[in-house]
Write a protein that binds this ligand. Structure first.
Ligand SMILES: Cc1ncc(COP(=O)(O)O)c(C=O)c1O
Length: 442
């Protein structure tokens, strides 16, 4: 399956954004993250258009944890998106990219005093308060700075979506948010009315990520509206906005088929409108969504150079396994190791090569470091350029310097133009923050 602007050119090479990926690999080196600008923009537009056509008072915030660089925040600004951040580093990146800070939602289950001060200072639009201690702290800091913080409360609706256990967050037993059922959420809303420096604008939840069905989301929408009704009845307060997080999945392997953005928007907006009407909410709060993966996931492709190819005896069965090693691995894509995530790949420099036997694509780190297990691929030879698809989300943003690997460059491609948006790290970058104390120099 090809995504966005991906196509096969007359040389039989994979092309993205009108750029030949074999040439990108030669020009920028590998591993290389290639981001399809047109697809990022069209996904942003689809989200805005789909939600607004079903519920005009909607806002779409991109979840920066999926992929954030200064250039990305510039694209989001141009597309009229909002932005969800979770750290001072992400706020700083947005500021660097010229992103309007009033369009930022600041999340996180433990925001330090210094991070909250940075957010207040930068004029971040909404702080999504996770717990009571944070509420008290934020009130004190805002009052001290002579400011009023517009907040939402992060709530746990008590739902288990059908997704990997490490990316489920809406269930009762989670580190995130205030529980609705045990009264914590109502207590926080009540307390927010008494505190200086706090203006409660709404409520937020996020049930989980890589969801291929919408039932967890639609149930959560109902629970959030039900809570808003309860708050109105008890305290006479209405919310300006209800934010139901992100979580729409993508086709990592081609047999994972998520709803389209438009289908997703229909389900959420219908559930929202239905809940407000049937439960009797007196106002119609803004509906906010926070997609990450479904905007950026399929827009990213990682190019690797194939290094060694070897066959070894299989331990548990007769036969031999072929290991193909590429020049990256878990430091640029930790998701297979973290979640058993499944990827598919192409031979970028020969898209027409006939399929061969199953191979296992491994990285070069000192761990098992498998990127793709038992993939039926064309025969791979050293020097081939392997394009691993759907690496736009939670790859660059989760990359590390494990084994002192330098982080890859990121290029943005569109209309035959390839521009560097993150430079490849150098060996000197790796030791830039290292300090050798004097007594070790002797
Ligand atoms: C609060 C919040 N919003 C949005 C997202 C984005 O989720 P996704 O990338 O699955 O759309 C996440 C992901 O963890 C999240 O925690």
């Amino acid at each position: 399956m090809l995504f966005g602007t991906q196509t096969i050119n007359s040389k039989g090479h994979l092309e993205i954004g009108g750029c030949d990926t074999a040439e990108l690999a030669a020009q920028f080196g590998t591993p290389l993250y290639v981001m399809d600008e047109d697809l990022i923009r069209s996904n942003c537009r689809d989200y805005i258009k789909s939600f607004r056509s079903k519920y005009p008072n909607s806002k779409i915030a991109f979840a920066g944890k999926a992929f954030l660089t200064a250039a990305m925040t510039s694209i989001l600004r141009q597309e009229g998106m909002y932005l969800d951040v979770v750290s001072a580093g992400e706020i700083h990146t947005a500021v660097k990219g010229g992103f309007p800070t009033e369009r930022i939602y600041f999340h996180g289950n433990f925001k330090s005093a210094s991070e909250l001060k940075i957010a207040l200072q930068a004029g971040v639009g909404r702080i999504v308060v996770d717990n009571m201690q944070e509420l008290e702290l934020l009130s004190a800091l805002a009052a001290e700075a002579g400011k009023t913080a517009d907040i939402l409360f992060r709530l746990t609706p008590g739902i288990d979506p059908h997704t990997h256990k490490l990316i489920r967050t809406g269930q009762a037993d989670t580190k995130f948010g205030l529980n609705i059922k045990d009264g914590s959420a109502m207590a926080a809303v009540t307390r927010a009315q008494e505190l200086p420096g706090i203006h409660l604008t709404g409520i937020h939840c996020h049930v989980g990520s890589q969801c291929l069905e919408t039932d967890a989301h639609t149930t959560a929408v109902g629970i959030m509206v039900e809570f808003a009704v309860e708050v109105y009845r008890k305290l006479g307060i209405t919310f300006d906005e209800i934010n139901t997080g992100g979580g729409l999945g993508i086709s990592y392997p081609h047999d994972q088929v998520p709803p389209t953005i438009d289908e997703f928007a229909s389900k959420i907006a219908d559930a929202y409108t239905h809940a407000m009407e049937t439960l009797g909410l007196p106002n119609r709060p803004t509906l906010v969504q926070e997609p990450g993966r479904s905007i950026i996931g399929t827009a990213g492709t990682t190019l690797y150079t194939v290094g060694t190819v070897k066959t070894v005896p299989i331990t548990e069965a007769p036969g031999r396994r072929t290991y193909v090693a590429v020049d990256g691995g878990m430091s640029d894509n930790p998701r297979p190791a973290l979640y058993g995530a499944v990827y598919e790949a192409h031979v970028a420099n020969n898209m027409n090569r006939a399929e061969g036997e199953a191979v296992t694509i491994s990285g070069k780190h000192c761990e098992t470091d498998i990127l793709i297990s038992d993939a039926t691929m064309p025969k791979l030879i050293p020097g081939d350029i392997l394009a691993v698809k759907c690496t736009g989300a939670y790859n660059y943003s989760m990359s590390s310097n494990y084994n002192r690997f330098t982080k890859p460059a990121v290029v943005l491609v569109s209309g035959g133009r390839a521009e560097l948006i993150v430079k490849r790290e150098t060996l000197d970058d790796l030791v830039r923050q290292d300090v050798v104390p004097d007594h070790l120099k002797r």
